[in-house]
Each structure stands twice: as structure tokens, then as C-alpha cells.
Design a binder for this molecule. Structure first.
Ligand code: BGC
Length: 769
């Protein structure tokens, strides 16, 4: 070889070697270097196996260890809360991690395990830290001693958007203190079917409310994604799972593009545009195409239309379900290929991904550049979160942060604001403790941790205030008699019901705590929550009998409902004098309920989801089209039991003098609607004022009203305040007959009041010229 050429080659090789293999100080490990450069440097050092490994998520080792002893292969196919990998051992998982073939773990529940896994990752050639993901849906409630806030449906019923931000911020801090970096929330699906077991993890039925709650939650989790107090949000599930045939989880969703764009897309778009770093696809197929292989959703809508820059994760083995549920792929390898080509970045979870995807690249079916795109997106977040610099967390830091007094105070405050008073005949509530000295407390939810809701694991008893504990704490002078009905609504004992009825006759007043059962550790015994869908909305088991017979003793009776879904409590709505719908109020739920029962707190929440009279009424959402009730049903009522936005207080509010800043505006104009609200009762309170808009005549049929503004207004007894809402062109725009988003000229109606029900709304009109 020519001497000069040889020298040049040696020099070139050594330059490349210095740039690439200077393992002592590689560029990607330099915290001061720009993230883009760090990503490219790291990517350039990775083998194809390591790259595919970065797209790979597995379940945590302790979870695996536990389940591989107790689960059968049959259970594995259907159970979406537990998992193991037949044929693999704990040692194999550890080796995959220290070989750099795992990017992320989920279902890791302790700091010790998170640190232990990171230690394994730090043994790998390139020392890429792991992203630990967890379903921190309402606080990091799956982990011991972390704060448990109300679930999303309750939070939405408080209409308290800043509170959603605060909870997310606090949750992020607790997660990072547990060395966890990625929460699978916010769930911004618009819930339109109470049969679906997951309503509780959503922000309810209204696209506008869900949008604001989702956005605030996303921002709260993420901050600026540049400190060790920030975590990645996961905007989920995209899309249609909340509107499935039969209302069952994972069933097909057939819905028009118009309804997708008007109802289901807006919250996703907003959270993505608020910076949401990851998106999870939905179990179901959408109009025939599984969401997990749907390039229209992933590439066209998410990335091209909305400019989503983060990474997309599959849901629990849902790519595999293209083979055994949707039958759109012959085997897992083909499903992986379809999914990646459609835009998928990370696989939750399963043993086959690694080998199959590497093979697909080697066979030329997926280009390495396509793999690089996904790996770049994933690595980017690991650098943003500072994981390369901070792979571990100390127990001291954990103990300082989790369930600290500030977070506990937030959990209590959020619970107080999320509880809806549905009925209060003759002002039975708040209770006068001097009048009702002996009180019977009973029902499956009277003294159970179930009060925390789905996505919580069992917590130390002293951390959770059940209803019974809360009542005893708030009214120590009252004699509470408790008849335990067990926790299991399906297997209640007739003898125990009889005992409660007998005791009810002796009591001055009765409190019956009913509802659903959601605790995950008894996965197959639940009546609500993930994969726990119903074909009716009645109370399960002997609960109705318990309420009826206790109420018929003639002693004043209060029903307290703990549930993530709206329940058709028809008997109670007609006969029981007082009903409180507490949703799933979290660790201090019992205290908050007791404070409301005894008047230490004045309830303020309003339903974030309509309560239908029966499953036949699941489509009575408030923002229906006018013709939905063209012909009312026979032998029944067309109106729901309690409408969206409804909720009582111990005081009363009067709305008056609704006025607009102008009677007509141009297409791009702004308008102010102002109303006076007066607290006409004798107690201070907080009223949730709501503004709805209707497009009176439009080229495509529009809802009879849509929420476009709300405010929590604190009013002292007798006080009046003026409240203003700004109406923007965005509030008036819709998809016209040509599917163009536009504001059509013509008349619009503005409605303001304390509920979506017409009788509670003041109305006025304006015109768009
Ligand atoms: C659920 C997701 C969840 C995931 C991980 C799935 O079954 O649908 O919402 O994030 O499990 O636990």
C-alpha cells in the first residue's frame, strides 16, 4: 500500500476511534453537550441489538418472580395486570438488562428494585439507564406509602384545573423519589359509556373538561422536563377504547371521523401540544384497523398533523393481540413489523420482541434508519430526565418526599372538592350530631381501602381513612354502630343484611356505603376498573336490598356511593332522602366524606359524567344532538337520573343578569359573557359556574350545548360576584359539511348556570357576522 495512503488511513481510523470509542469521556456522557449531539453520539456507538433493545420494555423482576410461580399460561393470555415470560428465568431477564437489551421496565414497585435494575443497566457496555414506567394514575398509588389522591373522575368533578396540575407535580416528585420516571397517565379518553370499567380513570364525558384536565396534568408531570422532579407523561389510550361496542375494554370502536375530531381527538391534541412526551395506543381496533398498526393515527394525525415529537408505546401486549384478537397478523413477528412500519416506537411488554425485530432488520424488512428514528426519540427523553447523571436515588430522599404533609394536605383538599351531593331532602345534611346520637354505619364500602379506587395497591391501614374511621374522627360524640358487610358485593351475606336492618330500627340514623369494588389485588373479584365491564349499572349483590330495607325502617337514611362509574341508583334517587356520590376519593376519602356529612365542609363538586337511569340510557350524555330525543322513549324517561354538571351544596346560588359585551362579532372576534352569582343561603360555599354554547343553525348537526367555560367561584353567605367568560373563535368553530374547521356565521346561544340542565341555565344569543 502506498505509504501516504496508509498513513492517512491510520490517521482517519484513529480520529474515528477517538470520536467513537473514547469510552472514558464519550460525548454522550457529557451533561453539558446539547441533547441532540449526545443522542447522535450514543446512537453511532450502538449495535442493532442494542438499538432494538431500546425499543423493548419488560415487567419488573419482582413482579415476574411472583407471577411466574402463580400464573398459568392460560391466565397469561387474558390477564392484563400480571405477567411472566414462559421459558425465561429471572437470571435471563437480569442478563438481558446487563447486556443492554432492555430500555424500560414497568410494574416495579419499590425504590430498591428500581435501583437494583439500574445497577444491572450500568453493567452494560454503554451504560444506558433504564426508564422505569408505572401507572401512577392518581398519585403513585401502586407503591407503598406514596400519596393516593382521588381518581380522575373525581378530580374532574371538582372542575379544579390548578388542582390537577398540583397533584401531577406532587406525583412526579414522589415518583422520582422512588426512582420512577414515566407515568402512564393522563388518560384523556372521553368517557361515554358507564358500562366500561375504566370511567374512573378518565376525566369524564365532556371533551372541553377532559382537555383542560389532561393538559394541566401533562404539564404538571413534566414541568420543563429538565429536573429530577419531572417525569414523562403518557397521553393514553389513542383512541376509541371509551366508546367500544358493548362498553367492554378492548372491544372494537366504530366511529365517524367527525365524531373522532369533535369528541375524542381534542383532548389528545391538546395534551400532545402541551408537550406530552409519550402516547400510548389503545387496545381496540378503530373502524377495522387495530390502533397498534394504525399509521393514520400514529403517523398522519399524531406526528404530521399535531407535530408530536415524542415516542409512542404499545399497550400491554397489544401488538400481539393483532394475532389473537384482531386476526390482522398471522404471527407476532408480522404484527411487530406492521406496528413498527405504522409508527410504533416501544413495545410493552413481552419476550419475543427483541429477537423478532432484530431479524426483521436483518431480513431488510425494516431499515436500520427506521429503528434509529424510534431509538432517537426514546434516548432523547432519557437525557432530558437526567438519567445518565442520576441513575440512582437514596432511601433518605424517598422518605423525605413520599406522602409528606404537603402532599397529604393536597389529597384531602382534592377529596373534599370531588365529592358530589346528589340529593338532600329537607336539609337532612349536614347532620346535627346532637339530634342523631346513635348512627348505624354499614355497606361494603364503609370500612375498606377500596375507597382509594382502581390503580391502588393495599396501603398501610394507618395511612387510609375509611368512611367509618372518618366519621368517628369527625364526630367523636356520636355512637357509631358498625355492621360489616364484607368487601365483596357479589358474595354478601343475607344474615348480615338482616342484622343491619334489625340494627337500623334501633338507630337514630343510618349511613349505607355502597358502590363498586375496585381493588386490584383481588383482580377477579372486582366489579369495576380495568377489564371489569358491566352490562348494567345497578348495584351488585344484596346492596339494593340493604338500602331499601334500611330506608324502609323509616329512620333517616343516607346513601354514600363509592364508585369509578356512574351507577343507576333509581330506588335511592326516589326514596332515600340524602345521596352522596364520592367517586373514588383516595386515601383521605373517608375524612372528606365525614366532613361533608357533618358540615365541616360544604360540598361543591358537580358530576363530570351523566348518571343514567339504566344501561339503556348510556347515550344520554348532555352534549347530544337535538334529534337524539326526537321521539322520546316509551314506558320510561328520556332524561337521565342526574345530568352532567349537576351537584348540590348546603347553600343556594342565584344566577342573574347574563349579559354579553356585544350582540354580534366577526368570525375572529372575542366576546365576553358576564353573569352575577349570589350566594342566597346562609353558608359560605364554592359554586362551579358553567358556560355552554350552542350553534343555532349549522351546515352539519351540532350538539344542543357544549361546555366552553367554567369557574370555581368562592362566595360568602349573602355575597354576590360578577363572573366573566371569554368566548373565543375556537369555542365556536366546528367541522363543517366539508370537514373544514370553521366558524359559520349565524346565531349562537350562550347559556350560563350551575348545571347542564336547561332549567338551571340563563340564556342569551349573539350573532357571528
Ligand atoms: C392498561 C394501560 C396500562 C398498562 C400497564 C394496560 O393493561 O391498558 O392503561 O398503562 O396496562 O399497566
Amino acid at each position: 500500500m502506498n505509504k501516504i495512503l496508509a498513513t492517512a488511513l491510520i490517521t482517519l481510523t484513529s480520529i474515528t476511534m477517538t470520536a467513537k470509542d473514547n469510552t472514558k469521556h464519550p460525548l454522550y456522557k457529557d451533561p453539558k453537550a446539547p441533547i441532540e449531539q449526545r443522542v447522535e453520539d450514543l446512537l453511532s456507538r450502538m449495535t442493532i441489538e442494542e438499538k432494538v433493545g431500546q425499543m423493548n420494555q419488560l415487567v419488573g423482576i419482582e413482579h415476574f418472580r411472583e407471577n411466574s410461580q402463580s400464573m398459568t399460561a392460560e391466565e397469561l393470555a387474558t390477564n392484563t395486570a400480571n405477567a411472566f415470560y414462559p421459558g425465561l428465568t429471572v437470571k435471563d431477564l437480569e442478563k438481558m438488562t446487563s447486556d443492554g437489551l432492555v430500555s424500560s421496565f414497568l410494574h416495579v414497585l419499590t425504590l430498591e428494585e428500581a435501583n437494583q435494575l439500574q445497577k444491572l443497566a450500568m453493567k452494560s457496555r454503554l451504560q444506558i439507564p433504564l426508564l422505569i414506567g408505572i401507572d401512577a394514575i392518581h398519585g403513585n398509588a401502586k407503591c407503598q406509602d406514596n400519596t393516593v389522591y382521588p381518581t380522575n373522575i373525581g378530580l374532574a368533578s371538582s372542575f379544579d384545573v390548578p388542582m390537577a396540575y398540583t397533584i401531577a407535580r406532587q406525583t412526579a416528585a414522589e415518583m422520582r423519589a422512588m426512582n420512577m420516571h414515566w407515568t402512564f397517565n393522563p388518560n384523556v379518553e372521553v368517557a361515554r359509556d358507564g358500562r366500561w370499567g375504566r370511567c374512573g380513570e378518565t376525566f369524564g364525558e365532556d371533551p372541553y373538561l377532559v382537555t383542560l384536565m389532561g393538559e394541566a396534568t401533562t404539564r404538571g408531570y413534566q414541568g420543563n422536563l429538565n429536573t429530577t422532579q419531572d417525569v414523562l407523561a403518557c397521553v393514553k389510550h389513542f383512541v376509541g377504547g371509551s366508546y367500544s361496542v358493548n362498553g367492554t375494554n378492548g372491544a372494537p370502536c366504530d366511529v365517524s371521523e367527525r365524531t373522532l375530531r369533535e369528541v375524542f381527538f381534542p383532548p389528545f391534541e391538546a395534551s400532545v401540544k402541551a408537550g406530552g412526551a409519550t402516547v400510548m395506543m389503545s387496545h381496540n381496533e378503530l373502524n377495522g384497523i387495530p390502533c397498534h398498526t394504525n399509521s393514520w393515527l400514529m403517523e398522519d394525525v399524531l406526528r404530521k398533523e399535531w407535530g408530536f415529537k415524542g415516542f409512542i408505546v404499545s399497550d400491554w401486549m397489544d401488538i400481539e393481540h393483532c394475532v389473537d384478537q384482531h386476526f390482522t397478523a398471522a404471527n407476532n413477528k408480522e404484527a411487530f413489523l406492521q406496528s413498527i412500519l405504522a409508527g410504533m416506537d416501544m413495545h410493552m411488554h413481552g419476550p419475543e420482541w427483541q429477537e423478532a425485530v432484530v431479524q426483521l432488520v436483518k431480513e431488510g424488512k425494516i431499515t436500520e434508519e427506521r429503528i434509529n428514528e424510534s431509538v432517537r426519540r426514546i434516548l432523547y427523553t432519557k437525557f432530558q430526565l437526567g438519567l445518565f447523571e442520576h441513575p440512582y436515588v437514596t432511601a433518605k430522599e424517598r422518605d423525605r418526599v413520599i406522602n409528606n404533609p404537603e402532599h397529604k394536605a393536597t389529597a384531602l383538599e382534592a377529596a373534599r372538592n370531588s365529592i358530589v351531593l346528589l340529593k338532600n331532602d329537607n336539609a337532612l345534611l349536614p347532620l346535627d350530631a346532637t339530634k342523631y346520637k346513635k348512627v348505624l354505619v354499614t355497606g361494603i364500602n364503609a370500612d375498606d381501602q377500596n375507597i382509594m379506587g382502581d390503580w391502588s395497591e393495599v396501603q398501610p391501614d394507618d395511612k387510609v381513612t375509611t368512611v367509618l374511621k372518618g366519621l368517628r374522627q369527625i364526630s367523636p360524640e356520636t355512637e357509631f354502630e358498625f355492621v360489616d358487610q364484607g368487601w365483596d358485593p357479589r358474595n354478601m351475606s343475607q344474615a348480615k343484611v338482616d342484622e343491619a336492618v334489625a340494627k337500623a330500627k334501633e338507630a337514630d340514623l343510618n349511613i349505607v356505603c355502597c358502590g363498586e369494588y375496585m381493588m386490584r389485588f383481588r383482580w377477579n373479584d372486582r366489579t369495576s376498573g380495568e377489564d371489569t365491564d358491566r352490562d348494567n349499572l345497578d348495584l351488585v349483590g344484596l346492596q339494593n336490598q340493604l338500602i331499601e330495607r334500611i330506608n324502609e325502617t323509616g329512620k333517616p337514611t343516607i346513601l354514600i356511593i363509592i364508585s369509578g362509574r356512574p351507577l343507576s341508583v333509581n330506588y335511592a334517587a326516589e326514596h332515600v332522602p340524602a345521596i352522596i356520590n364520592a367517586w373514588e376519593p383516595g386515601q383521605y376519602g373517608g375524612q372528606a366524606i365525614a366532613e361533608i356529612v357533618y358540615g365541616k365542609m360544604n360540598p361543591s363538586a358537580k358530576l363530570a359524567m351523566t348518571m343514567p337511569r339504566s344501561a339503556g340510557q348510556i347515550s344520554t350524555w348532555y352534549n347530544h344532538k337535538a334529534s337524539a330525543f326526537f321521539h322520546p322513549v316509551v314506558c320510561g324517561k328520556s332524561t337521565p337520573l342526574y345530568p352532567f354538571g349537576y351537584g348540590l351544596s348546603y347553600t343556594t346560588y342565584k344566577y342573574s343578569d347574563l349579559r354579553l359585551s356585544a350582540n354580534n362579532i366577526g368570525k375572529d372576534g372575542l366576546l365576553k359573557a358576564t353573569v352575577t352569582i349570589t350566594n342566597t343561603g346562609d353558608r359560605d360555599g364554592v359554586e362551579i359556574a358553567q358556560m355552554y354554547i350552542r350553534d343555532c343553525v349549522s351546515s352539519a348537526a351540532r350538539p344542543v350545548k357544549e361546555l366552553k367555560g367554567f369557574e370555581r367561584v368562592a362566595l360568602k353567605a349573602g355575597e354576590s360576584k360578577e363572573v366573566s367568560f371569554t368566548i373565543t373563535p375556537d369555542h365556536l368553530a366546528f367541522y363543517d359539511i366539508h370537514m373544514q374547521k370553521t366558524v359559520e356565521p349565524g346565531e349562537f346561544e350562550v347559556m350560563v348556570g350551575g348545571s347542564s340542565e336547561d332549567a338551571h341555565l340563563l340564556k342569551t344569543k349573539f350573532e357571528v357576522k
